[in-house]
Design a binder for this molecule. Structure first.
Ligand code: PMP
Length: 397
């Protein structure tokens, strides 16, 4: 029997919930999932790279050989053989990572939330790049910090700009490889400077690195966590090298922090799916990624080049863009007077979508910027979509 509600629902929400905002990108994604739209908006990896057969075989094997364990509750910190595999992968000569430092999370997005929970009080100062990953700004915002933007240039974050804002800061959130949203990479010299500066200030340095393995040419640059495992918190993810649908990421932290993060995770969701972790361990343990990742690099590198060539052909003078060495994004800076939000409306009317840059800024936004992803759009449609954008921009000059 349905009970009638005499009052309209007028509940009081917590202040932090009143503040929550929908991610602009996820909102755009709803529009752009219509098949006729050429979408450069999503941050989705290409499904062409998903190892469906290997995952299926691993699910079968884990359930057959170890089903009772896989389907049971598991420990909060994660499946130890996978944590050991990750610790070994992160260890270098002189900087050994132990499995106790690794906490498995439900996507690395959860690591951002847990880091916010453990490190940020209301009003705490949090240092972020300009621009930065929107999902991190969103995750940290729940804990109501005061964001301070740290300057970046074409080589990424500028370490010298930290001294002026480091006083009392709780963390610096950085994206050294093929940054989301700009595609920029921090040079080795700057990595060293950054690690040294944060150590000098006793400032926790977060290294968020979901794209590090996806360099188009040459080896990835050294990780900052390897330069100072006691001062750097490293975040990794299986989303961009295997599949995002499994929601599996991890955070590597100095032991006292790892323990706090583990307790925060326990309160949040007890643990990440044991089945998923065992399956991923089964897939990666014998070197699968070493064969698989080069295929992703090739595909993304080729499509990136297609987009860069199309931009050179169709974008008018006065428009600037980044030339990423890996990852999934190109960042475009339009002439100052062009508002990317308005451009988006016009582009959608012509069935092309992208993400305006403004939501990626914690403080003053540059409204003449936008992010393009090339990984899920076939070359012909990349060329056509860029031509459409080029004409729309040219009409505004
Ligand atoms: N960090 C960055 C920089 C990202 O781009 C993303 C995904 N878009 C994440 C973290 C979260 O990824 P996941 O939760 O899938 O690991």
């Amino acid at each position: 029997m349905k009970i009638e509600n005499p009052n309209p629902i007028n509940w009081r929400f917590a202040e932090r919930a009143e503040q929550l905002q929908a991610s602009f990108i996820r909102e755009i994604l709803k529009i752009t999932q219509q098949p006729e739209i050429i979408s450069f908006a999503g941050g989705l990896p290409s499904p062409l790279t998903f190892p469906v057969e290997e995952m299926q075989a691993a699910f079968d094997k884990v359930l057959r050989d170890n089903g009772k364990v896989a389907l049971q509750y598991g420990p909060t910190d994660g499946y130890t053989p996978l944590r050991q595999w990750i610790a070994d992968a992160l260890s270098v000569d002189g900087a050994k990572i132990v499995p106790e430092q690794i906490l498995m999370t439900s996507g690395s997005q959860q690591a951002l939330d847990l880091l916010g929970k453990v490190l940020i009080d209301e009003g705490s100062r949090v240092l972020v790049e300009t621009p930065s990953y929107l999902g991190a700004l969103q995750a940290f915002s729940v804990y109501r910090p005061e964001f301070k933007s740290v300057a970046t240039d074409e080589h990424g974050l500028v370490p010298e700009s930290i001294d002026a804002v480091a006083d009392g800061a709780r963390l610096l959130y950085s994206l050294p490889n093929f940054q989301n949203p700009t595609g920029r990479t921090l040079s080795v010299e700057r990595r060293q400077q950054l690690v040294e500066t944060c150590a000098r200030h006793g400032l926790p340095l977060i290294e968020d690195d979901p794209y590090g393995a996806l360099s188009y040419k040459g080896d990835p640059l050294p990780k900052m966590v390897a330069m100072n495992p006691d001062g750097v918190i490293y975040m990794g993810s299986f989303s961009k090298v295997l599949t995002p649908g499994i929601r599996l990421g991890y955070v590597c932290a100095p032991l006292p922090l790892a323990r706090r993060l583990e307790l925060a995770k326990q309160a949040a969701d007890l643990h990440t799916s044991q089945l998923t972790q065992m399956v991923v361990h089964e897939v990666v343990k014998d070197g699968f990624l070493e064969r698989h990742i080069p295929k992703i690099r090739q595909l993304y590198g080729d499509q990136c080049q297609v987009m860069l060539d199309a931009m050179a052909q169709h974008f008018p003078a006065g428009v600037e863009w980044t030339r990423p060495g890996g990852g999934m994004f190109i960042w475009v800076t339009l002439p100052q007077h062009i508002n990317a939000m308005q451009l988006l409306d016009e582009a959608i009317a012509q069935k092309v979508a992208f993400v305006p840059g403004a939501p990626f800024y914690a403080n003053e936004a540059a409204t003449n910027t936008l992010r393009l992803s090339f990984v899920t759009v076939p070359p012909e449609r990349i060329r056509h979509g860029i031509e459409v954008l080029g004409k729309l921009i040219a009409a505004k000059l």
